[in-house]
Design a protein around this ligand. Structure first.
Ligand SMILES: Cc1cc2nc3c(=O)[nH]c(=O)nc-3n(C[C@H](O)[C@H](O)[C@H](O)COP(=O)(O)OP(=O)(O)OC[C@H]3O[C@@H](n4cnc5c(N)ncnc54)[C@H](O)[C@@H]3O)c2cc1C
Length: 454
């Protein structure tokens, strides 16, 4: 088949690119190829009864399919240049914010209306954080919630399905440059397009790396974030979460001067498993629906690790640590903070007697056997720092799940149009290594669609 534009990947980057292309040029012929299933066929087999942990499906329904990695996420769209990616370095701060605001408007039109926008602007919490060596980053955040996020995706699909050719369960295996465009090889044959947008996210990172090697597109990689997911009674963090919902707080450790940050905060949420290339790590989300809310809040504490020459495989480093936790715990390990501090493992009995009841069934164990000292020391320091602004954070009963890893795709060399050195080949979203969030990935899709239709 011949298309004007082929989009590889139906995550937020790909969806918003398809939306903007067809909105600006209704006559344009667009196809989207997606490894995963259509939205209604995405179903993780873990039901907590028959199947309790990850069985490594051929295509992971959590990470792949219409909606991408964000489909069952908490749907937190942060409007900020302070975190979530470095799109602003390519397109400018003002335009990046305008595009994120436009994405927010569309989300509201497509089913997100009535959801709350939180903001750090003018909050007294900024001062309290600073007085305790904590830096609260500036942002507005729209919290769609997992259920509303799903409805928004459904509505986008219903609008797009008549304008765009969607091929689900159809991974793209190769892209070749031709004089006037590209040949895209997929399970269902070869297709031609003038412009190609690659938006393969984190799950497509190895494929992206191989393609860059083959097409001689330069890449670089040197960062990974490693840490734990903290779970505690929602009341302990309510002063922050009631006002801000999600607070991104950075702490600089005294011992190593490393940055530790809070990430992906889920008030009244649940802790979940995440499978990346067969390695089980931990994540979390929460629901907008009051019936599905829990009594706990969870968030990640992550330590950023930047490596310098000669070491290049930062993701491999984090994968080895995650594999170690899988080896010891058969999956994710959970430990009470009190047990960690006393230098002993948590046991089934101690977890069963704990005040904070875990929302994820994980193996009680000892995180000090898994996490490198430097990282663990940083996490412990930050828990004590957070205890000053949210007393109770450092209680014995606070649960730590490990490990949580934030993998960063290697950064693909692209210009300010997000175009590779091959004219007409664009790389957007998390697959480019430039974005790491729903809002930045979505904004990058809109940006490239506008460049192409210009
Ligand atoms: C559990 C969870 C919770 C999250 N919560 C939040 C949150 O609240 N807020 C936030 O900002 N971010 C969150 N994130 C991160 C967010 O989901 C991502 O930043 C975002 O989805 C990136 O969008 P993307 O389009 O670049 O990539 P993705 O969403 O990863 O989509 C890429 C798509 O490409 C497909 N693909 C890969 N390779 C190929 C191939 N060769 N051929 C065809 N298709 C391919 C994949 O199957 C996938 O569907 C969360 C992530 C997870 C896993």
């Amino acid at each position: 088949m011949n298309y004007d534009v082929i989009i590889v990947g139906a995550g937020p980057g790909g969806i918003f690119a398809a939306y903007e292309l067809t909105k600006r040029k209704p006559e344009i012929k667009v196809a989207v190829f997606e490894t995963g299933h259509s939205l209604e066929n995405r179903k993780c087999p873990i039901d907590g009864k028959k199947i309790k942990s990850c069985i490594s499906c051929k295509t992971c329904s959590i990470m792949s399919g219409f909606g991408g990695a964000g489909a069952f996420s908490d749907g937190k769209y942060n409007i900020t240049n302070d975190f979530g990616g470095t799109l602003h370095e390519f397109i400018g701060k003002k335009e990046a914010i305008e595009l994120m605001e436009y994405v927010d408007e569309l989300n509201m039109q497509y089913g997100g209306e009535g959801t709350k926008m939180y903001s750090t602007a003018g909050t007294h919490l900024k001062k309290i954080c600073l007085q305790n060596k904590l830096n609260l980053l500036e942002a507005r955040v729209r919290h769609l919630g997992t259920d509303k996020n799903y409805i928004v995706l459904q509505n986008f699909y219903n609008t797009l399905k008549n304008k765009v050719a969607f091929y689900f369960d159809t991974p793209v295996s190769d892209i070749r440059k031709k004089e006037d465009g590209f040949i895209v090889s997929a399970k269902n044959g070869e297709h031609f397009c003038k412009d190609c947008i690659i938006s393969v996210g984190r799950s497509g990172s190895s494929w992206m790396e191989n393609l860059c090697k083959k097409l001689d597109i330069p890449t670089k990689s040197n960062r990974v974030d490693i840490g734990v997911r903290v779970e505690l009674p929602a009341e302990i963090f309510s002063a922050l979460t009631d006002e801000l919902y999600e607070s991104k707080i950075v702490y600089r450790t005294e011992k190593f001067e490393d940055n530790v940050r809070t990430f992906c905060m889920n008030p009244n949420g649940i802790v979940v498993n995440e499978n990346t290339n067969g390695i089980v790590t931990v994540n979390g989300h929460s629901f907008e629906d009051p019936k599905r809310k829990t009594k706990n809040t969870n968030f990640a504490l992550l330590v950023a690790k930047h490596f310098s020459d000669p070491f290049k495989d930062s993701n491999g480093y984090a994968e080895s640590i995650a594999r170690l936790s899988n080896m010891l715990g058969g999956g994710v390990i959970v430990q009470r903070f009190g047990d960690l501090i006393r230098g002993r493992r948590s046991t089934e009995k101690r977890v069963a007697e704990n005040v904070t009841i875990p929302t994820l069934s994980a193996t009680p164990g000892d995180l000090s056997l898994v996490l490198p000292k430097r990282i663990l020391d940083g996490i412990i320091e930050m828990i004590y720092a957070l205890d000053k602004i949210a007393p109770g954070t450092a209680n014995d009963d606070t649960l730590l799940y490990g490990v949580e890893v934030k993998f960063y795709n290697m950064q693909v060399e692209i210009d300010n149009d997000l175009q590779t050195k091959l004219k007409g080949l664009y790389v957007i979203g998390d697959g480019s290594g430039v974005t790491h969030s729903l809002s930045h990935a979505s904004a990058s899709g809109i940006y490239v669609a506008r460049k192409i239709t210009e």
